[in-house]
Design a protein around this ligand. Structure first.
Ligand SMILES: C[S@@+](CC[C@H](N)C(=O)[O-])C[C@H]1O[C@@H](n2cnc3c(N)ncnc32)[C@H](O)[C@@H]1O
Length: 269
């Protein structure tokens, strides 16, 4: 990323963080958790506002995420009442009715069975406790085949069919949900006042060949398959490489419009 892109990303992350914190309606004296905290985007936002006036749990299934957050916290001068909890959200190591507020950002994309995890969130929240979250709805983003025409791509229909199939795969946590299914699953586990507020971000730009190769080679998260690897479940590598080359030739320096969907989520126990 260049400096401008870094600043734009940071501003976007801060806006997302503030959006989730606002939805959570945080107050002094509460027990608050950031599950799948990663490097602590949401949790550090809470500390900036409340310092030691809340009990804050940094939680992730990976110890190195917690170690990193602890290091940042120890090096800061922030007064805090923070705890660190290594747990998988599908089996949370907390007693029932413990938390006032539970937050996640971009964690559901890692969870195959969202409904089961929502029932865990419901279990560990107190009555009237709030779950607040932000999540990209990747299954509804612009697809490659929507940017291309059959004239530009050999075997266009085969690649379209494959992309449709893996972007709608019910076993893939990254894409096996929509705003509607999140709403439905939250209600099914007894949350009330559920809102899933969808936003569509449209960006118009002319990608370079380098940008396009990154679309295919960079996985959405370290434990997930890249787009190239996803296509390689359907076609030989040689054929996928040729497809990528054709996409590069078709789109290089041509203006395209890409839509990405995200959702702010709130639910009350
Ligand atoms: C995309 S990162 C988001 C990190 C952070 N929430 C943020 O906003 O920057 C997803 C995080 O979820 C964590 N995670 C993934 N699956 C998990 C699970 N089953 N239980 C708990 N944490 C999980 C990962 O370790 C990672 O830190």
């Amino acid at each position: 990323m260049n400096e401008i892109q870094k600043e734009q990303t940071l501003n976007w992350l801060i806006a997302v963080r503030n959006g989730v914190l606002d939805l959570a309606d945080l107050k002094e004296g509460q027990k608050i958790a950031d599950f799948g905290c990663g490097s602590g985007l949401l949790a550090f936002g809470v500390l900036e506002k409340f310092e030691d006036k809340v009990e804050l749990i940094f939680s992730d299934k990976f110890q190195d995420c917690l170690d990193e957050c602890k290091k940042i916290l120890d090096e800061s001068n922030i007064k805090n009442n923070a705890k660190f909890l290594k747990t998988d959200v599908s089996n949370i190591k907390l007693e029932n009715n413990y938390l006032d507020r539970l937050m996640t950002r971009s964690v559901l994309v890692h969870i195959k069975n969202k409904k089961q995890v929502f029932s865990e969130f419901y279990r560990v929240l107190k009555q009237n406790g709030i779950y607040a979250a932000f999540e990209p709805i990747i299954s509804e983003n612009t697809r490659y085949y929507e940017l291309l025409t059959p004239k530009q791509i050999s075997d266009y229909d085969d690649f379209k069919k494959a992309e449709k199939e893996f972007m709608e795969n019910p076993d893939d946590p990254l894409v096996n949900f929509s705003a509607e299914s999140l709403d439905k699953n939250l209600l099914e586990v007894n949350f009330s006042n559920v809102t899933v507020n969808v936003q569509i971000a449209s960006s118009k730009y002319a990608p370079t060949k380098e940008t396009i190769i990154n679309w295919f080679q960079t996985p959405p998260a370290p434990d997930q398959k890249s787009m190239k690897e996803r296509f390689m479940e359907y076609f030989e590598e040689k054929k996928v490489n040729n497809y990528i080359l054709e996409v590069q030739n078709a789109l290089d320096n041509n203006m395209i419009e890409i839509n990405s969907k995200t959702a702010f989520i709130k639910a009350i126990k």
